[in-house]
Ligand binder design. Structure first.
Ligand SMILES: [Cu+2]
Length: 175
């Protein structure tokens, strides 16, 4: 395969990774792949690099029976102790768990409940921000949709630009 085609492939692949359809985004916890949810990932760093909106989906992917996902209270998240039933809000153990973040202005707390895994770092806090001003409790659905829409439009522009560049490179290969 000539270098120009490889470049095009790389460009398209990169754009596909960046691409998000309008509406709810999916977040592969810890990155794509079967070991996204494991003991070797810094989830504070991962979470800070994401931006979450109400309706977004967390996807926890891991080897079933080696890990699990417990949505817990903040206290249980901080102590890594989810033995009190009242501290457990939801549990998942399919190995491919999709968890919707329904509300704005709320932090969601997750741990792996397998012994010592939470202490070992398998704990995730995700905050869905509220409105930017304190006077408005939550953004209206139309405002949120408009903001998502413009984001998608700018992605579309980026895609077209990159395709145009790739086309020029293909038509006039440097080498
Ligand atoms: Cu685990």
């Amino acid at each position: 395969m000539p270098p120009s085609q490889l470049l095009l492939l790389a460009l398209v692949s990169a754009l596909l990774l960046l691409w998000r359809p309008a509406g709810a985004a999916e977040h592969a916890v810890g990155g794509d792949g079967i070991n996204g949810w494991d003991t070797g990932t810094n989830y504070a760093t991962w979470s800070q690099a994401q931006s979450f909106a109400a309706g977004d989906v967390l996807v926890f992917e891991y080897v079933k029976s080696q890990h699990n996902v417990y949505e817990v209270t903040e206290a249980a998240y901080r102590s890594c102790d989810a033995t009190a039933p009242a501290d457990v809000l939801a549990t998942y153990d399919s190995g491919f768990d999709r968890v919707v973040l329904p509300e704005t202005n709320r932090t969601y707390w997750f741990i792996c409940q397998v012994p010592n895994h939470c202490i070992g770092g398998m704990k995730l806090a995700v905050t869905v921000p509220g409105a930017s001003t304190a006077a408005v409790p939550s953004p209206s659905p139309s405002a949120a949709a408009a903001s998502r829409g413009s984001w998608t439009a700018s992605s579309g522009g980026l895609l077209l630009l990159a395709l145009a560049v790739a086309h020029v490179l293909l038509v006039n290969p440097a080498g």
